[in-house]
Write a protein that binds this ligand. Structure first.
Ligand code: NAP
Length: 260
């Protein structure tokens, strides 16, 4: 299926690795020119080169922390009028809420709720004026099934999801959609780091923990960044203009509800 995106421009934040990179790759495969951001220059440069050489699209990189004002300003300076915005950033750390002070909460809300909202605020009116816009927020399955030790993520991402539920109904008549893409377990550096962290705590090996977690998923495996990216590209396509305010869970069926 032709997604109808050739020649469009996307800003993918936190796009040098993992799920953000998966989205950038899938959009580039559809002929979308990209601005991708990350804090580390090395992986970002490598990913940009991979995107250019594989798909022949234009790719600009912006090094910076997207959760900071300077990082957002630099990303928007490089890409002031995107047709597509994929909002992504690292997730907050795990822990017990008794250990989290005000600063921990403010940081989580800043990174995983306010940052995507401010980026949307900067680009959405241009999208409305041009009568095309696709915004995808990478959140987490924890929006639907809270994970106790990820309380900072559960809370901040639920705040974003609630806000978007309202906004997305006001933009769709201008052909600007906003949706959440909710990863369950995907095989990325972040997931690998979680197994290393839990291995140290439990005394089991990271490989054993990983195998057990994969086996416990109804799909018997983790998701791939290619699957995640392809779904993102579809949500960004010209065919998805009637889909807005949705939260699409990609978890291999782990969430046990009758309705998704
Ligand atoms: P990942 O493999 O660790 O990749 C994270 C990417 O984001 C890297 O490119 C990283 O580059 C960049 N990044 C992180 N913080 C950033 C910041 N403040 N500013 C700019 N770039 C930043 O992680 P992932 O698995 O793709 O996860 C992406 C998001 O999905 C996270 O919020 C995570 O919590 C969420 N999630 C993932 C899973 C999963 O199974 N993988 C499940 C649920 C939710 P630099 O480090 O160089 O900045």
């Amino acid at each position: 299926m032709d997604m109808g995106l050739r020649g469009k421009t996307a800003l993918v934040t936190a796009g040098s690795k993992g799920l953000g990179k998966g989205c950038a790759m899938a959009l580039a495969a559809e002929g979308v020119n990209l601005v991708i951001t990350a804090r580390g220059a090395e992986a970002l440069t490598r990913t940009a080169e991979e995107l250019r050489s594989t798909y022949g699209v234009t790719v600009h990189t912006v090094v910076g922390d997207i959760t900071s004002e300077a990082g957002r300003a630099a990303a928007l300076a490089a890409c002031p009028t995107p047709d597509i915005l994929v909002n992504n950033a690292g997730g907050p750390p795990p822990g017990d809420f008794r250990e989290w002070d005000r600063e921990a909460w403010v940081n989580a809300v800043d990174a995983n709720m306010i940052t995507p909202i401010l980026l949307i605020r900067s680009v959405v009116d241009g999208m409305i004026a041009r009568r095309f816009g696709r915004i995808v927020n990478i959140t987490s399955g924890s929006v639907k099934f809270p994970i106790p030790e990820l309380g900072l993520s559960n809370g901040a991402r639920a705040g974003l999801t609630g806000f978007i539920a309202g906004l997305s109904r006001t933009t769709v008549k201008h052909n600007v959609t906003i949706n959440g893409l909710l990863p369950g377990p995907f095989d990325t550096d972040r997931l690998r780091a979680n197994f290393e962290f839990n291995a140290k705590k439990s005394g089991k090996s990271a490989a054993d923990l990983r195998a057990a977690r994969a086996a416990s998923n109804p799909a018997g495996r983790f998701g791939t960044v290619e699957e995640f990216g392809a779904t993102c590209a579809f949500l960004c396509s010209v065919h998805a203009g009637f889909i807005t305010g949705q939260n699409l869970l990609m978890d291999g069926g782990a969430y046990p509800g009758t309705f998704g």
